[in-house]
Design a protein around this ligand. Sequence first.
Ligand SMILES: [Zn+2]
Length: 162
Amino acid sequence: MLLTTIAPLFAAAYEREPKLYLDAIWQWYFSDVPRVNDVQIAYCAPWKTRLGLIRLSLDEQISFIGLNSLLQFLEIPEYVLIATIAHELVHYAHGFGSPLPKLYAYPHAGGVVERELEKRELGVHMRCSTQWIDNEWFAFYDRYRTPTGETKGARGKLKPSS
Ligand SMILES: [Zn+2]
């Protein structure tokens, strides 16, 4: 199985540092996509039903990729983090959350994200991530939720990211 890993390339102090992952993933898998504005990335909150998001500032100077803060836990496989960042970069490349021209009517129109990830040889990461999320996410979430987190609601299916 072709499943690249990125963490060992970096010093331990930078383990799961999102900016390093963003730069590495961009360089290795998205080098044809121009970085036309300031792309920032950070861990946000321990969302229950969202892994990541990408937003464009009103003046289009900044694209912000927000990651579920639980992704920094090493118990979550690295391919989930990689697949999540790659998913948001696909949106950027397609003109969603970025100043690039919009290539589709909707961010997830007709499975365009999945096809793009396969095309860029990130399909294994995506499929392994989906499988892990389907099997492990809610149990993991219940172990690591914050005491104030809202976790008692009905269990829906986790949206991969948006
Ligand atoms: Zn999405």
